[in-house]
Structures are given as structure tokens and as C-alpha cells.
Ligand binder design. Sequence first.
Ligand code: CDP
Ligand code: CDP
Length: 234
Amino acid sequence: MGKIVIAIDGYSGCGKSSTAKAVAKDLGFTYIDSGAMYRAATLHFLNNFLSPSNPHEVEKALNSMEISFQINPDTQKQETYLNGLNVEDEIRTMRVSERVSEVATIKEIRKELVAQQQRLGRKKGVVMDGRDIGSVVFPQAELKIFMTADLETRAYRRQQELLEKGEMIDLEEIKTNLAERDRVDSSRSESPLAKMPDAVEIDTSNLTFTEQVAQIVALAKEVIEKEKDYAGNH
Ligand code: CDP
Ligand code: CDP
């Protein structure tokens, strides 16, 4: 199958990463979770008591962190590593969620992580989810999706996810966190979250997971066919 780049952007908790993962699996593409990279960077600030508002400490953080992904041989799932340590579970905790949007406003951090994301996607055949994938990381992506869902639905889904991992968090606390991250992510000066004019908007509030995956896979196959026809005619 032809290789394209699929960029999935949208608000927190609307289903981007789980959908992107399933779409990648269906198409035989690689899934890249850009949010995991911002979360790992945030954990690095927290673990080393570095302040995101102090430029020297930001530089120190950049010089001492290495973020990578590895496939777990038992589960075949992609996991995030920070300086050689598996941080996949730790980066999903509320402790990190509460600070990540602040770290994600820092220009120098974004520059470094965007460069790494572009390297990971340079051979195409990738599905990447985040906030600035269609606008900054891959503005030429062949397929851009902008995902949404109402806040109540998103908070409930996230609560279930945290519960499965043994973290019992009040629904209101999750709602506040999601809404606050949406606000910071959409209003920051560096690469704010916004729907690109060429993105297809998908509201997942009333869709099943299977439906939203099928919609994106169908769109991707259409684009791949068009690319094939275009290549055949030129
Ligand atoms: O999964 P969830 O929607 O909770 O968030 P995430 O995708 O893991 O991203 C966590 C945070 O990282 C977001 O709230 C943004 O502040 C930041 N982020 C970003 O700024 N740009 C990206 N491409 C991805 C994430
Ligand atoms: O990446 P993002 O923060 O946008 O969302 P996520 O981490 O994929 O979390 C969404 C959660 O809602 C996952 O547990 C999904 O299985 C679940 N879900 C969904 O994404 N779509 C539905 N239609 C129903 C549930």
C-alpha cells in the first residue's frame, strides 16, 4: 500500500491516540504519539526540579533529556523511554497532566521535539497525533484530521482509562484538567491548537471507537488511491 502521512490533531481526550494507533495498525503504518514526548519532557522537568519559566533550566533540561520509543516484545505496544527508563505509565498520571501544557508552551522544547517528530516521519507511512501535527510538524500531510468530542464525554472516557490503571480521579477534576489544557493549548503563541482549513473534522461524541477508526481508514484509502492515480498519470 502507498505511504502517506496522517496527521490527527484535536482537544485532549477525544480519542486521538487510541484511534491513531488502530488506524496505523489497519494500514500497516507506524504510530507516533507526539503528546507522549511532551509528557516525557514534563516528567524530566518534574524529576529534576527544573522550572519551565527559567531559560537556564530549560537549556539544562534540553541538554540532559533523551526521549525515545520502543516496542515492548511481549505486548507489541509502543512505550515511551526517558533517558533509557520506561516511563510509559508515569507520563499518563495526573501529576504530569497537570504540568504538561505549561512545558508545551516553551519554544525551545517545541523546536527540539518537532525536529525529532519530523525525523521519525520522514519516510512517510506514519500516523501522528497531537496539537500541531497538521499545522507545524507535517503541514504537507496528505490527510489531516481534526478530532473533537464534548467535554463531558471526554472526561468520562479518561476517567475509565485512569481507573483501569488503578488511578481513581474525580470526574470534575478531570474535566477541569482537560478544559484548562484545551485553553492553554489553543491560546499559546507557539503553535496553538487550531483546525487547519484542509483538515477533516470528526466529532467522536456519538461515534463508537470502531466507527471513528473505520472513517479515518476509509479517508486514508481514498487519499492513497488518488496519490496512486496521480503518480500513474505523471
Ligand atoms: O492524551 P491527551 O489528550 O491527554 O494529551 P496528549 O496528546 O498526551 O498531550 C499532552 C499535552 O502535550 C497537551 O495537552 C499539549 O499541551 C501538549 N502537546 C502539544 O503541545 N503538542 C503536541 N503535538 C502534542 C501534545
Ligand atoms: O489521545 P486523546 O487524548 O485524544 O484520547 P485517547 O488517549 O485516545 O483517549 C480516549 C479514550 O476514549 C480511550 O480510552 C478510548 O478507547 C476511548 N473512546 C474513544 O476514543 N472513542 C470512542 N468512541 C469511545 C471511547
